[in-house]
Design a protein around this ligand. Sequence first.
Ligand code: PEP
Ligand code: MG
Length: 768
Amino acid sequence: MLNTLRNIVQEVNAAKDLRDALEIIVTRVQKAMNTEVCSVYLLDPESNRYILMATEGLYKSAVGKITLGYSEGLVGLVGSREEPINLEDAPSHPRYRYFPETGEERFKSFLGVPIIHHRRVLGVLVVQQRHNSRCFDEGEEAFLVTISAQLAGVIAHSEATGAIGGLSLTGRVAQDVSFNGVAGAPGVAIGQGVVVYPPADLDAVPEKACEDVEAEIALFGEATDAVREDINRVAERLATQLRPEEQALFEVYLRILDDNALPGEVVLRIREGKWAQGALKEVVQQYVRHFEMMGDHYLRERAVDIRDLGRRLLAHLQEGDQQERVFPQQAILVSEELTPAMLGEVPRGQLVGLVSVRGSSNSHVAILARAMGVPTVMGMVDVPVNQLDSRELIVDGYEGQIYASPSPELRAFYESICLEEQELIRGLEELRDLPCETLDRHRIPLMVNTGLMTDVVRSLNNGAEGIGLYRTEVPFMINERFPSEQEQREYYREQLEAFAPCEVTMRTLDVGGDKALTYFPISEENPFLGWRGIRVTLDHPEIFLVQVRAMLKASDGLNNLRIMLPMISNVSEVEEALHLIYRVYHEVREEGYDIVMPKVGVMIEVPAAVYQVKALCDRVDFLSVGSNDLTQYLLAVDRNNPRVASLYHSYHPAVLQALYRVAQDAHAAGTPISICGELAGDPGGAVLLLAMGYDALSMNAANLLKVKSVIRAVSFDWAKALLDDVVRLDSPHVIKSSVDLALRQAGFGRYLRPERGAGGAPGAAAAT
Ligand code: PEP
Ligand code: MG
């Protein structure tokens, strides 16, 4: 059974479009279950009706014509109950609905299972049988449920592919279909999609038309020649070490590369208008599928060779492609997994938006995007990325949605939002040099989180009063090796100098989790619970010592440095780190630098640290809460996983109580406490943190003036009353709505998501 399942899923995965996929499903499932009928009904989001999309056993002429209301007939019953229905005599069921056009009157037994993807019913998979002596047994029911669960993702993906091309389920032209992900960085971007993909990965190659057929064929010819040469060279080198049957493999490779074989087919597709990489991908995938389905083990294994050859050809094609990469003026980067390094590839001023399949709102790349003010949507799990290249896209970073090929009305609607935003920002500029204090003069300094030098410029423009968190891993991430002590010293000096005499809090290297260094790979089953932050640097004192030395020397003459330790879960880690910091401090002074010992603090971002505030305060000068990680660890929700994004909630009562407790315990110990997680930059969050007694808030530059304008417009007592109200509540959603309501009543509705009217953007329909 497992084999059958695997084969069906593989075939469906390789289908060229939704119709093809559904056709494969009905024929294969009918055969595997040995039934007379297998049909798929999909729920059309536009009409909210089930449409018979494919069938094996009913009249084919009924496909696309038979539709049922959302809760009509047995199909509607399966969908609304979201569970299988297995009947021996379907016609006697009160909900049975008979369509003569299908010829189904002959079939008595009925088994229907819902097709559900991310809690959304996509459709119903049905098998039917003529004789009422046959009731589908438990094993068959379990098989159909399993296959439906596995196919749901593939169906959602194919549906989205059609929708990107502007087609609805019924093949009608669908206007302005939106694709849903997770809001990553607020704002709206209108621009052209640029798919960035890992090199030599055939599956990741986007679809593109080719502009100059002859040039593309020549490019492919050069790649084929280069790969032939590579193979001949390797064959010669290994000639004496291999047995004749092993050497024969090279001949097989060369035969596949014969002009009449694989290359010939690729050229044909280029002539049809595809670019060389896309044509190669299609031909290789077709070959691979063909070989993988062969019964003979030896022949099945040849799929690996084809894939290998495909990769080699692609690598050569991409070498030629790299040099001529030109980005559009309004580039929206789209990728399976965006990395900070990718952001740097686009020339300054041309990057307007970001879309990532993986990751969620608190992934580090989203945080970076917020700091850079680039509207971003993360977790676009069902979007066929490789269809988005060169298309006009709208990224709605407020709602976590994108639109492909928008209509003029939709574009005009979003252009008006962009204008409103610009006006809002302009209106805030006058607050730049005013203190951040409430109406009753409760002062709370606003600091900034930085990583890149561009953040510093933006922060100074927005009146930041110091750096509350400098993520030192950012310069490490955009390098190709560990930066040297001298290089680090230059990065750090820039930050310290820009803000002197204000304090600059530098966090020691926090890699691991979703922050990877290409040159220092960490591969773990559970990266967020693994080797991360201080755990890595204490195990590698050579990295830690160089970093601290660079920081101390960079602070020479400025003396505005504070050092902060990430991911502390034990006091012993603080003690070890302090020991190393003191050691470097004395060494640097012995070298003749007249620097003062910087204040040292720890981040409270692991639940264990919440309960050890007093012990930590005994050892350090300040605390700063990392609410991004604290939320993920308290709620056991991976901050990087879009599947659980709706459970990641910084307004969760457990998170708010932990934040409150940390502030109280730190004050009881007489230690200053600040916060540098994203919650500090959320206007509602900032008001609650102010009321909890936080001494400073550190946030990305883009939010600074918004937060300041809210705090300057409320009184400390108002904030405390709001906090008193919401700490009594037990649901994150109710807490969030209460805070939003209070902000709206105070006149700050404009900082919440822009109002879109009841139906969302004009004419929009959701695809995923
Ligand atoms: C945090 O965890 O809240 C934090 C500020 O650190 P980072 O987001 O870099 O993990
Ligand atoms: Mg953190």
